[in-house]
Ligand binder design. Structure first.
Ligand code: IPM
Ligand code: MN
Length: 354
C-alpha cells in the first residue's frame, strides 16, 4: 500500500488560504507521480476564529497537532486584531509547545529572480540560516515595574540554556555536514557586548566543533553579518544563531533571495512534529485577488516533503519552482508576476510531473 502522510493544515489569515491551496495542488501532483498519499486535516486557527470566538488557540491544539506527520501553515496576522496577539498566541505558542527548537531558513537566489545586490547572481547566494526557535528574547522572561508611571522599568531578558544552545548548535553541525557544500558553519553572535549569552554560545560552539573536524567553525558578529550579506553573501554556507538575531538576519536574507514571495522555512522538532511555512505575512490587502505569489508556500511544501524523507519529491518541487522563476515569471511581487496565483500553482503542478 502507498505510504500515507497525515498533514495538519493551518491556512490561517489573509492570503494564507490562497497560497496553501496552491501548495496542496503541487503536493497532490508530486505525490501522484511519486506514489505516496497525503491526507489533510484543516484547523481554523487565525484571526477570524479569534474574532468570532474570543479564543486564540484551543488548549488542546498542541496535543492534537502532535498526532500529525507535519504541519503546513499559510500565514497568521489579521488587520482587525492588535499586533502581537495572534503572533504570540498562535505562531510562537505552537513553536514553543511543540518544542520546534530549530527554525530552518534557506536563502537561495533562484534563476531569473531579480536580486537587489549589484553583480550578485545565483552562484553567490545559497546559504541556510539555522535559527534557535524556543529561547532567547522570545522566551517571554521579564516584566514591568511601576508600569505607566514616570519611573517605569521594562525588562526583557534573553534566556539561553546550555541544553537549548547545544541542541541547536549540534543540529547546525549535522545539517552542514549533510549539506556538504562548503562545509563551513558560521556562528552569528555578539560576543563583544553580550558577554554572557554569547559566551555560552561560543564555548558550546567550539566544544561541539571538535566532533566535526571536517567543518570549518567560523564566527561573525551579527552587525557585521548584515554588512556581509549585502557585500559578500557567497562567504556563507550554514549560519547558526539565536532567536532574535535569526529573526532579523533572515528578513535580510529573504530580501537578497528575491523577497517574501519566495522565502520559505521550517520550524523543526527533529524528535517531534515540525511546521512548514512561507516566511511572509498574511498580506491582507491582496486577499481574494488571485495576485499573491504562492511560490514561498509551494517551496515550504517542498521543504516539508524533504523533511518527511521524500527527498526526490522535494527536489522536484524545487526544480519546478526554479523553472518557473527562470523561464515564466515576470516578477515575484504580488500582482507583478504576469500570472495569477492559481496559474502559478497550475504551472508548478504540471512541471513537477514532467
Ligand atoms: C518570523 C516572524 C515571527 C517571529 C513573528 C510573526 C512573531 O517574524 O517567523 O520570523 O518573529 O519569529
Ligand atoms: Mn521574522
Amino acid at each position: 500500500m502507498a505510504k500515507t502522510y497525515n498533514i495538519a493544515l493551518i491556512p490561517g489569515d489573509g492570503t494564507g488560504p490562497e497560497v496553501v491551496a496552491e501548495g496542496i495542488k503541487v503536493l497532490a501532483a508530486v505525490a501522484d507521480k511519486e506514489s505516496f498519499r497525503i491526507d489533510y486535516t484543516t484547523f481554523d486557527f487565525g484571526g477570524d476564529r479569534y474574532l468570532k470566538t474570543g479564543e486564540v488557540l484551543p488548549e488542546s491544539a498542541a496535543d492534537e497537532l502532535r498526532q500529525f506527520d507535519a504541519i503546513y501553515l499559510g500565514a497568521i496576522g489579521h488587520p482587525k486584531v492588535k499586533p502581537g496577539i495572534l503572533e504570540k498566541g498562535i505562531l510562537l505558542r505552537l513553536r514553543f509547545e511543540l518544542d520546534q527548537y530549530i527554525n530552518l531558513r534557506p536563502v537561495k537566489l533562484y534563476p531569473g529572480v531579480e536580486c537587489p545586490l549589484k553583480d550578485k547572481g545565483p552562484e553567490h547566494i545559497d546559504f541556510v540560516v539555522v535559527r534557535e526557535n524556543t529561547e532567547g528574547l522570545y522566551a517571554g522572561a521579564g516584566g514591568f515595574l511601576k508600569k505607566g508611571t514616570a519611573d517605569e522599568v521594562a525588562i526583557q531578558e534573553s534566556i539561553n540554556t546550555r541544553k537549548g544552545v547545544e541542541r541547536c548548535i549540534r543540529f547546525a553541525f549535522e545539517y552542514c555536514k549533510k549539506r556538504n557544500k562548503d562545509n563551513k558553519l558560521t556562528l552569528c553572535g555578539k560576543t563583544n557586548v553580550l558577554t554572557y549569552a554569547f559566551d555560552l554560545w561560543e564555548r558550546t560552539f567550539h566544544e561541539v566543533a571538535k566532533e566535526y573536524q571536517g567543518i570549518t567553525a567560523d564566527y561573525a558578529h551579527v552587525d557585521a553579518i548584515t554588512m556581509w550579506f549585502v557585500k559578500n553573501p557567497e562567504w556563507f554556507d550554514v549560519i547558526v544563531t539565536d532567536n532574535m538575531f535569526g529573526d532579523i538576519i533572515t528578513d535580510l536574507g529573504a530580501m537578497i533571495q528575491g523577497g517574501m514571495g519566495i522565502a520559505a522555512g521550517g520550524n523543526l522538532n527533529p524528535e517531534g512534529v515540525s511546521m512548514f511555512e512561507p516566511i511572509g505575512g498574511s498580506a491582507p490587502k491582496y486577499k481574494g485577488q488571485n495576485k499573491i505569489n504562492p511560490l514561498a508556500a509551494i517551496s515550504a511544501a517542498g521543504l516539508m516533503l524533504e523533511y518527511l524523507g521524500e527527498d526526490r519529491a522535494g527536489k522536484k518541487i524545487e526544480e519546478a519552482v526554479m523553472n518557473v522563476t527562470g523561464s515564466h515569471l515576470k516578477g515575484l511581487a504580488a500582482g507583478q508576476m504576469g500570472m495569477t496565483t492559481t496559474e502559478v500553482g497550475d504551472l508548478v503542478a504540471t512541471l513537477v510531473t514532467e
